[in-house]
Ligand binder design. Structure first.
Ligand code: KIV
Ligand code: ZN
Length: 504
């Protein structure tokens, strides 16, 4: 049985999704969850890109003890130096150097001849190898690169010391037959004294990212790159959870395994959905809300007789809890702790106590506290912990005709409480105007969504917002959960404003 390595780029390629902006605390939290999930290598960021990226890569390098931590670098010495500096405290560091090799990229983007591209690969991979034992090289836009030139580029990188060759389908152009053939051709034709790991890196523009990654594996790739929930710019990257489950369910066909702990899948997906502000579609493979529901009578009848009739993936396999008993007002600390364990969360005593207090407040307001409520409670705590600015209080004055007024207090990173008041046509507008005053910024609210987390009148509200910075045209997502719709709206807006302030 071959072992396939999983390389997660949620924090680098995934963060290129419009609106997604994780802060350092969130990135470390995600990295530790990815480590728990069983990821072999995390691409923690692009250290030269910004001081924030550099800081996050260094923090992840220090925090992760099991995974290899990689940093991205263009074929430029200053990029390689920045990656080296950011990763110097990593237990297992790796550099990922890339340069485009397709005719269109070389001519129009790089303005380099093919010979210049080969010379740059040689020079920079050699330089990277002088600083890192593990060097990965990616010929960007490989799937639109002429086959023989791709082989030359890959061979040049191997000769200069790369031991991991990643083949990016940068624009999501290829298909499984063609992509598989590229791996077969390269593996059969490269010359190397050391063992080379071939890796797939697909984008989902034509909806084939997972199929392409699996075709690469079938044709000799030992590593797959992708993101959690498939996030990424345009149509996103390969969804790693789909590849992990496909390898497991179709082990008879692929004859391959991975070290992914599938029972941590749902938890990992929930964390990314929450911190990225990108909801998982209900019909998404493996982790979508409808993945385990059977609607038609014939299917329901079949599943009741034998689940195997229509269910190839069980909810338990990916850590989805079904038929869980809800907690209530009378549930004690013991039942709550058991529930946390059952949901796969392991907190220390101080954190458990804090969550228990929050649970009690929730249980006072809500007849039944479901697993979703508890997950939202935990996620809300984690989001607030990662935010530099915290919502401290809101006060509202409502009149049935005329302007609404809001007073908002926010705790700054320096632990100062800043208060501001504002009016608006509606309560939410008044709150958002007051928050803008505190942050001294005026973003445009480009998306506002609200949904009930569970059914029933006493459900908690989940609000998602997208703010656009009119100066830079960048988007930032925010999320907030609360019983009170207005408070959830304020939390979501503070969350996004805090990220915008931090990003500058
Ligand atoms: O898609 C791509 O080409 C990339 C490279 C940087 C590897 O993400
Ligand atoms: Zn990519």
């Amino acid at each position: 049985m071959r072992k396939i390595q999983f390389f997660d780029t949620t924090l680098r390629d995934g963060e290129q999704t419009p609106g997604v902006n994780f802060n350092t605390k969130e990135k470390v939290q995600i990295a530790l969850q990815l480590e728990k999930w069983g990821i072999d290598t995390i691409e923690a960021g692009f250290p030269i890109a910004s001081p924030g990226d550099f800081e996050a890569v260094s923090a992840i390098a220090k925090a992760c003890q099991k995974m290899t931590v990689a940093g991205l670098a263009r074929c430029q010495k200053k990029d390689i130096d920045a990656a080296y500096e950011a990763l110097k405290e990593a237990k297992y560091p790796q550099i990922h150097v890339f340069l485009a090799t397709s005719p269109v990229h070389m001519e129009y983007k790089l303005k380099m001849t093919p010979d210049e591209v080969l010379a740059s690969i040689k020079e920079h991979v050699t330089y990277a190898k002088s600083k890192f034992e593990k060097v990965q090289f990616s010929p960007e836009d490989a799937t639109r690169t002429e086959k023989d030139f791709l082989l030359k580029a890959v061979q040049t990188a191997i000769d200069a010391g790369a031991t991991i060759i990643n083949i990016p389908d940068t624009v999501g152009y290829t298909n499984p037959t063609e992509y598989g053939a590229i791996f077969k051709f390269l593996i059969e034709n490269i010359q190397s004294k050391t063992e080379i790991t071939f890796s797939s890196h697909c984008h989902d523009d034509l909806g084939m990212a997972t199929a392409n990654a699996l075709a690469a594996i079938e044709n000799g790739a030992n590593r797959v790159e992708g993101t959690v929930n498939g996030i990424g710019e345009r149509a996103g990257n390969t969804a790693l959870e789909e590849v992990a489950v496909a390898l497991h369910i179709r082990q008879n066909y692929y004859q391959a395994t991975s070290q992914i702990d599938l029972s941590e899948t749902k938890c990992t997906s929930d964390l990314i959905a929450r911190l990225s502000g990108i909801k998982v579609p209900k019909n998404k493979a493996v982790i979508g809300g409808n993945a385990f529901s059977h609607e038609s009578g014939i299917h329901q009848d079949g599943v009741l007789k034998n689940p195997e009739t229509y269910e190839i993936i069980t909810p338990q396999l990916v850590g989805v809890k079904t038929n869980a008993l809800p907690l209530g007002k009378l549930s004690g600390r013991h039942a709550f702790t058991n529930k946390l364990e059952e949901l796969g969360y392991h907190f220390d005593e101080a954190e458990r106590n804090l969550l228990f207090k929050k649970f009690k407040v929730l249980a006072d307001k809500k007849k039944q506290v479901t697993d979703q409520d508890i997950q939202a409670l935990i996620a809300d705590k984690q989001t607030r912990e990662a935010d530099l600015y915290q919502l401290s209080a809101i006060q509202l004055q409502y009149v049935s005709n005329g302007y609404q007024a809001a007073v908002v207090s926010i705790t700054t990173p320096e632990q100062e409480i800043k208060t501001s008041s504002a009016i608006g046509d509606g309560s939410i507008q008044a709150i958002y105007n007051a928050i803008d005053d505190v942050f001294e910024q005026k973003p445009i609210l480009t998306n506002y969504e609200i949904q009930a987390l569970t059914s029933g009148e006493d459900a908690q509200a989940e609000v998602r917002v997208t703010l656009t910075n009119p100066q830079t045209d960048t988007q930032i997502n925010g999320i907030g959960v609360d019983f009170d719709v207005l408070k959830a709206s304020a939390k979501a807006y503070v969350h996004a404003s805090s990220s915008m302030k931090e990003r500058g």
